[in-house]
Design a protein around this ligand. Structure first.
Ligand code: NDP
Ligand code: GDP
Length: 362
């Protein structure tokens, strides 16, 4: 039975990857941060623990932090059977926050990767473990190309993107310097009902659910014109696994090849609950655009310029033909189905929290 170490196992991607590796009979070691106010189990992990048979025997959770190299050294040097594959997903993953927490973001995302790579080489494990690094389409920044692939130069415009680009080159150089099987996945935005509430897709799906259930009146958003290539996290973790099982280590883009604006996402999310939005210009303080429900004229979306970023990535649209050619990867979930799944899951979640009967699970 293969053994994997997943950092960031408690996040969106970590939970889907965990499910996938369990289907493939892996023993999983997960690195989770200790929380002061709750037991060391993320919401997603608690959900998996409750729904998967023998979860605690098959998924061993370690309290740790990528800021502390000794956690990684200890796991890599003590667990038995030894780790075969490392999926490094842990990160300060929020771009807007990275402008406020610049040093911290670089410490976790860039130096966190150094700590793991150095642990591998210090223990002399480079010939036996494989390493996956979670890189991001944000690294392309304001790239001139209308479609981005593995050959597109990086032009990061945020501390988050810079930290990921730093980690990209570390991994690429560890491949050359130590012969490590090390892979960078350049993943375009991928979402799901497990996405953090501060990311725009989940903010919208949760906000639409709140409005639909009568708990709120409006959603406040930033730049509606930014375009992203949005896929489903489950599809992307399938691609990550395949990258790690190629004959030779290479870097791959995963993307749907379709780009949509934040406005498109908001309109699609409102359509799920039967609301047709009309976006109007309006010059209020800090608010320049409003979205009206066409039927009753109610304001559903406000744009707040305070939510704009100091530097924006305007257009991301990936080309994943290398992954298609190497391992037949393509996403299964369409944009419309992704939006519907997220809105319906949030409605179900809120109903459950309000003590109403729940129709579906995350
Ligand atoms: P999440 O933010 O949901 O998950 C990140 C996880 O990392 C969280 O569980 C978090 O723990 C953990 N973490 C943060 N800091 C540390 C630390 N210092 N030590 C240990 N663990 C830490 O992100 P996703 O699951 O969406 O993304 C996974 C990876 O993929 C990230 O590296 C992200 O940057 C990258 N990525 C994601 C994309 C996306 O669209 N989702 C696109 C491209 C790249 P806690 O819960 O305690 O905060
Ligand atoms: P990112 O692509 O990794 O930065 O993912 P996000 O979901 O955080 O942001 C995607 C895009 O949505 C960016 O261009 C943001 O500027 C834009 N956006 C607009 N309004 C919001 C908002 O209220 N929150 C967030 N997080 N992003 C917003």
């Amino acid at each position: 039975m293969p053994t994997a170490l997943v950092t960031g196992i408690g996040g969106q991607d970590g939970s889907y990857l965990c499910e996938l590796l369990l289907q493939k009979d892996y023993t999983i070691h997960g690195l989770l941060r200790q929380r002061s106010s709750a037991p060391c189990m993320s919401e997603h992990m608690s959900h998996l623990a409750a729904s998967i048979k023998n979860f605690r025997a098959r998924v061993i959770l370690h309290v740790g932090d990528v800021l502390d190299p000794f956690c990684i050294l200890k796991i890599l040097s003590t667990v038995s059977p030894p780790i075969d594959e490392i999926y490094h997903l842990a990160a300060q993953s929020h771009v807007a926050l990275s402008f406020h927490l610049q040093l911290y973001t670089c410490d976790v995302n860039a130096l966190g990767t150094v700590r793991i790579l150095q642990a591998i080489t210090t223990l002399g494990l480079q010939a036996r473990v494989k390493f996956y690094n979670a890189c991001s389409s944000e690294m392309y920044g304001q790239a001139a190309q209308s479609e981005q692939d593995e050959k597109t130069p990086f032009q990061p415009v945020s501390p988050y993107a810079s930290s990921k680009a730093f980690s990209f080159w570390l991994v690429a150089s560890a491949r050359i310097a130590y012969g490590l099987f090390a892979v960078n996945g350049i993943l375009f935005n991928h979402e799901s009902p497990r996405r953090g509430l501060d990311f725009v897709t989940r903010k919208i799906s949760h906000g639409v659910a709140q409005i639909h259930l009568g708990n709120a009146c409006t959603i406040e958003l930033g730049n509606l014109d930014a375009r992203r290539d949005w896929g489903h996290a489950r599809d992307y973790m399938r691609g990550v696994y395949d990258m790690m099982h190629q004959r030779a280590p290479e870097d791959f883009v995963l993307a749907t090849g379709e780009s949509r604006s934040v406005r498109d996402f908001a309109e699609a999310a409102f359509r799920v609950v039967g609301v047709e939005l009309r976006l109007l210009s309006w010059s209020g303080v800090g608010t320049k655009e409003i979205g009206l429900d066409r039927r009753n004229g109610q304001i559903q979306v406000k744009v707040n310029e305070e939510l704009y970023r100091p530097a924006e990535v305007w257009h991301l649209q990936g080309c994943a033909s290398k992954a298609w050619e190497a391992f037949n990867w393509k996403p299964d979930v369409s944009f419309e189905d992704l939006v519907r799944e997220m809105v319906e899951a949030d409605i179900a979640l809120l109903k459950a929290q309000n003590g109403m009967p729940m129709k579906s699970k995350i």
